[in-house]
Design a protein around this ligand. Structure first.
Ligand SMILES: [Zn+2]
Length: 128
């Protein structure tokens, strides 16, 4: 199920119109982490990108099954955003504030800020 949510998150981010390479993303149980901070908290979600190997691990708390599906999907989409090097922003959206589950123009702007070269302007009706 988390693998499906990962695919949904990647589809949502790529649907914003950017073309960029995505690191290998692994889902890991935070209770098995070698990081004591990850194990110490009851509920921790985190994404950690390992530049050397080109991989990103999303650490998931073992109690995720008891949370509403939409909330888990939002969290996975948020953590995938971190795997894409995005950070939190002050607007409404999955990387910002609000309760919505869909990516917003503010999320798109954050993706654009981090990956500007992957975006191309498209103006209908204008020859290029
Ligand atoms: Zn975050």
């Amino acid at each position: 199920m988390l693998t499906n949510m990962l695919a949904i998150a990647l589809a949502a981010w790529s649907a914003l119109g950017a073309v960029f390479a995505v690191p290998t993303i692994e889902i890991a149980d935070s209770s098995t982490s070698t990081n004591a901070d990850f194990r110490a908290y009851e509920r921790i979600w985190a994404a950690w990108t390992y530049v050397e190997t080109g991989e990103c691990a999303i650490w998931v708390s073992s109690g995720w099954e008891t949370q509403p599906t939409e909330a888990v999907q939002r969290t996975i989409t948020h953590e995938v955003g971190h795997c894409l090097w995005l950070t939190h922003h002050n607007g409404e959206g999955v990387m910002g504030h609000g309760d919505g589950f869909d990516l917003t123009p503010a999320d798109r702007m954050e993706l654009w800020r981090v990956h500007p070269l992957s975006f191309r302007a498209y103006v209908p009706g204008v020859a290029r």
